[in-house]
Every structure is written in C-alpha cells, then in structure tokens.
Design a protein around this ligand. Structure first.
Ligand SMILES: Cc1cc2nc3c(=O)[nH]c(=O)nc-3n(C[C@H](O)[C@H](O)[C@H](O)COP(=O)(O)O)c2cc1C
Length: 399
C-alpha cells in the first residue's frame, strides 16, 4: 500500500473564515502550521516570522503599528494530525481530524475543482459494492426538521469501475482516500476488499455494516454483534489496509457491537451511520420516499451519534470517529470531548463543500487561542473517570 505523506502545499489557504458564532475582525489568511510540516517537525525561522505576523494580525494590530520592543515569543505549532490506525504503524495518519463522510462527497474528484481536497483530513468514498447498483426508486431524498432523509440505495458502478475511474487520481493525491464498502453477505464484503487490497490510491477501508445480512434474514450486520464481528474478522483476514467499521445508531446496546468489531480486528470505529426514519406524502397519503424508509442525517442525528461516541469510547481502545450532524466548530469540539479522535462531515457538505477545510482551520485557531499544541488534548475530555452506565439502562428515567 502506498504510504501517505503528511506534508502538502499552502494551496487553498484563502479558505480561512472566522468562526460563525464568535465573529472576529478580518485577518490575513494564515496557513495552518499543522499542514505545512510533518508532526513533530521543527519550525523554520521563516515560518516563525509568519507565525509572529499571524499573531499580530489575530490581535488586530493596525498594519502601521510599530514593532513591539521585545520580539514575540514563538507560537507553538498546533498539531492537528491524527493516527486512525495506531496498530498499523502510521499507515493512516491524517493531517487534520476533519474528514468527508461517505456518500456525501462522491469520489472526491467531483469536488476537486471547488475544494482543495488535499486539505481535508481524509475522504470516504461513496459506498462501493461488488457489482454495480442502480439504487432505490425515487424520490430518494427529502428534508426533515434539522436534517434530511436519504434512501439512495447504494447506487454505485461496482468496485471494478470505481478502481478504473478513480484510483489513478487518488494515487496522485496526498489526502488519504478511504473506500466505503458495502455488501449483503460476508463473501460480498470480502470480495470487494480483496479487489481493493494493494491497489495504489486506497488508504483504507470503511465498512458500512448497516446493510442487510441476507444469510440471516436480512437483519443488518450492525445490529447483531456476532454478524458485525464475523464480517469484520473476515475482512481483516483479507487485507492489511487500515480498517474502519461504521456503526449504526439503531443498535440496542451499541457498546457490545463496538467491542465485538474491535476484538475482530477493526483499527477504528465510525459512529455513526444514519438512523432509520420515514416521511409521509400527505397529498398521496402514502410514504414519501420510494423506498418507504430512509436514513436520517444532519443536526437532528447529532445528539444520538454523540451519545454513541461517548458510550463506545469508554469500552474500546481504538480510535472512534464522530459522524452525525457536524456543521460547526462546536460540533467538532463536542465530538472530540465525548471521545472521538476525528469527525466526518456529511450532509452539511451539500450546503458548503468547503466546510471540512474550514472546520479544521477553525479548530486550529481555537486550539491556538486556548494555548494548546494539539487538539488531541481534548479527546475524551468529557468522559467520566469511571465507566458510565449504558444508555439502554434508564436513559430518560433513572430510578
Ligand atoms: C445522501 C447520503 C448518502 C450516504 N451514503 C453512504 C454510504 O454510501 N455509505 C455509508 O457508510 N454512509 C453513507 N451515508 C451516511 C453518511 O456517511 C453519514 O454517516 C451520515 O449522513 C451522518 O452524518 P451527517 O449527519 O453529517 O450527514 C450517506 C449519507 C447521505 C446523506
């Protein structure tokens, strides 16, 4: 597998923007130091000068202000890097903890004109299956209060076509591309992963286990600890690529599922996929979506996914990625404090494709303001000292 380097150019630095909730005076765009050097690499003197200039701008010093009598002390670099597969010797190190979620950022190439994709932590591709799929009957998407419902049905051209069309482009990128894999049987998943294994441009695998397990009466893998472990173990045996397994928020005791996939060899856990929901077409007096059910995503999902992150982070040793309703720096901070090492931005990308880059910049600025040298200090800051009770025991009513 091609080992991804962690240094990129300063392209796209103009994407910096002030944090929406706390407007700041305009300042000169600052290239986050974390993306200019490898983690741990020393600042060069020219960079130090830039850092000082940035500090002055941040304090809104007038351009013509005289230089301070004593030089400013060098600002510590903020290291936003995150290792999503610590068991695999740095095989999946992201430059920032803000990723693009599966199914909402295409194959990355669609956005390459608009966004400096190299400044995204990692890109999760659309769900990829062994054979191409046309997806579900329309309508497939609808808005809901504080969110959206989708029933795309994993439309994709199949793994062969995905490799043929996109792998070469991905191989030329520094940003890790993680292929999201779906299937209806353990053999399906394994066949897709075998085909991806060793292909240049594939930095990792993300298993979408919110799929019907045809061999077990169609119950989702993600809702059954044994099935979740079985598919994870089989895929683990088929590849050395970093492996993320994405949980469903609908699991009754998500901690059991998380433990099962961690024990079966997952390198990281994604929490969460969408939550099953539906919508009614009142004119026609029937379900709105062609598929009746759809997956709820967006801000409405965040408290649920946040709770899953909080529960899972207490029972596994591997990194957890927070996914669900990330749309602002506050959301990123909440997920980190609940125990996530990174986050993915999904539905919010439709409104603002630059969001993953902007949130990383805002996180860096926030850490700097707090005098922190890494966001990693925040990870799990809100976790209890002793393991908290599971949410399935009295989430709303506590005797
Ligand atoms: C239109 C759409 C398509 C999606 N496709 C996939 C997919 O192919 N595989 C997958 O694991 N998750 C898929 N998801 C789920 C997202 O990756 C993410 O887990 C979910 O939307 C929650 O994040 P959000 O609230 O930021 O959107 C999809 C979501 C949306 C909205």
């Amino acid at each position: 597998m091609k080992r991804k380097k962690t240094v990129i150019t300063s392209r796209g630095a103009a994407a910096h923007a002030p944090r929406p909730r706390a407007p700041q005076p305009p300042r000169t765009p600052v290239v986050p130091s974390s993306i200019l050097r490898l983690p741990g690499e020393k600042l060069r003197s020219a960079e130090l000068a830039d850092e000082r200039a940035a500090a002055r701008n941040a304090r809104n010093a007038p351009a013509a202000a005289p230089a301070p009598a004593t030089p400013l002390p060098p600002l510590a670099a903020v290291d936003l890097s995150v290792d999503l597969a610590p068991r695999r010797d740095g095989a999946l190190v992201l430059r920032t903890p803000v990723m693009a979620a599966a199914g909402t950022f295409g194959y990355g190439v669609e956005y390459a004109e608009l966004v400096d994709v190299e400044r995204i932590g990692a890109i999760c591709s659309k769900g990829t299956t062994l054979k191409g799929r046309t997806g579900n009957a329309p309508p497939r998407v609808t808005e809901t209060a504080s969110g959206m419902l989708n029933s795309i049905g994993l439309q994709n051209p199949g793994v062969e076509a995905v490799l043929e069309r996109y792998a070469q482009t991905w191989a030329a990128w520094e940003v890790p591309v993680i292929v999201n894999v779906a299937g209806e049987s353990v053999d399906d998943y394994v066949a897709v992963v075998r085909r991806l294994d060793g292909e240049p441009g594939i930095a990792g695998i993300e298993l979408n286990i919110s799929c019907p397990n045809v061999g077990k009466g169609g119950i989702q893998f993600a809702l059954d600890a044994d099935a979740a472990a079985q598919v994870t173990r089989a895929v683990r045996a088929a590849t050395q690529l970093p492996l993320l397994v994405k949980l469903s928020p609908a699991a009754q005791d998500v901690r059991r599922i998380a433990q099962a996939v961690a024990d079966a060899g997952a390198d990281a856990i994604g929490a969460t996929n969408t939550l099953p929901g539906m919508s009614i077409d009142r004119e026609r007096r029937r379900p709105f979506l062609g598929n009746t059910y759809g997956g709820l995503s967006g801000p409405a999902l965040k408290p649920v996914a946040l709770r899953v992150v909080y529960e899972v982070a207490q029972v596994v040793e591997i990194p957890v990625v927070g996914i669900g309703g990330v749309a602002s720096l506050d959301d990123v901070l909440d997920y980190l404090m609940a125990g996530a090492s990174a986050v993915q931005v999904g539905s919010a990308v439709f409104a603002d494709p630059l969001l993953p880059v902007r949130l990383a910049d805002e996180l860096e600025a926030w850490c700097r303001d707090q005098g922190m040298t890494s966001h990693r200090e925040l990870v799990g800051a809100a976790l209890p000292g002793r393991r908290d009770r599971p949410s399935m025991k009295g989430a709303e009513y506590r005797p």
